[in-house]
Design a protein around this ligand. Structure first.
Ligand SMILES: Nc1ncnc2c1ncn2[C@@H]1O[C@H](COP(=O)(O)OP(=O)(O)OP(=O)(O)O)[C@@H](O)[C@H]1O
Length: 252
């Protein structure tokens, strides 16, 4: 398997989870959100993560992105073991090496498009290269909107700003959590096509959590979780096949 498989010994993966467990609560209220989960995500791959409600998708994303700590196992980001880092190191790693795209855009309304895109570089105290910034703005189709504020943009354009902001630090991986959840289907398809392009043309790595079979069909493969564990992987997904698989998994 070229993007998803069992852990190997090399640092060739963008993200590698080894025997990751995450349990919430204690005693009778204990919930095992992830159970001994091992998964790898290849560099330059686009993976959708799907599964029934409560399967552990968000927990996987949070643990893989250093937003939450597993109780057991390890998470490697391009060879760095996140479980060995303290909070300050994790914050720095998230800023410099990970891009995030959320359903709710999370742009700062008082800043211009350009300032929003540059923000991760400023927070990481990195030099802002004008040519790179222009390249990223062109990449997402917003070069002529750099002076606008988020409120002056459509939902799809705001999500493109969020994607530019995620790209600007040249991250090891971009995590997208329901990136089209707030968009109408046509605008959503444009955003998904852009995510696929930044993988296919620019070699980025994208891991996207979604409930939507159409969104998942833009990925190169879909990883299905059930009950905190890996269930199966589908290569070259189509919306129809993903929907059929979800119906079966939800019935388990
Ligand atoms: N902070 C928390 N405290 C207690 N239980 C939690 C917490 N976060 C998640 N869980 C539980 O862990 C399990 C996995 O949750 P998670 O949000 O990862 O699933 P999901 O697949 O993303 O679900 P959905 O599709 O509904 O968003 C669920 O049973 C959930 O109730």
């Amino acid at each position: 398997m070229d993007g998803v498989g069992t852990p190997g010994s090399q640092n060739s993966w963008a993200v590698e989870l080894r025997s990751v467990s995450r349990t919430y609560g204690r005693g009778a209220g204990e919930v095992a959100a992830l159970r001994d989960l091992s998964l790898t995500f290849g560099r330059g791959s686009f993976t959708a993560v799907m599964g029934p409600s409560g399967a552990g998708k968000s927990t996987l994303l949070h643990c893989a992105a250093g937003l939450d700590r597993p109780d057991g196992g390890s998470v490697q980001l391009a060879g760095t073991d996140l479980t060995t880092l303290d909070e300050a190191q994790l914050t720095m790693l998230r800023r410099e090496r990970i891009g995030f795209v959320f359903q709710a855009y999370n742009l700062l309304g008082s800043l211009t498009v350009e300032e929003n895109i540059k923000l991760p570089l400023l927070l990481a105290e990195q030099v802002v290269e004008t040519a790179w910034l222009e390249h990223v703005a062109r990449r997402v189709g917003l070069a002529d909107r750099m002076g606008h504020r988020p409120a002056q943009l459509s939902g799809g354009q705001q999500q493109r700003v969020a994607i530019a902001r995620a790209l600007v630090t040249r991250p090891e991986v971009i995590f997208a959590d329901e990136p089209t959840g707030a968009l109408d289907s046509r605008t959503g398809r444009g955003v998904l096509a852009l995510l696929r392009e930044v993988v296919d043309h620019d070699g980025n790595t994208v891991i996207m959590v979604t409930h939507d079979p159409i969104a998942a069909s833009y990925a190169q493969r879909v990883v299905f979780l059930v009950d905190g564990a890996f269930a199966e992987v589908m290569e070259s997904p189509t919306a129809e096949r993903v929907a059929a698989r979800m119906t079966r998994l939800e019935g388990l």
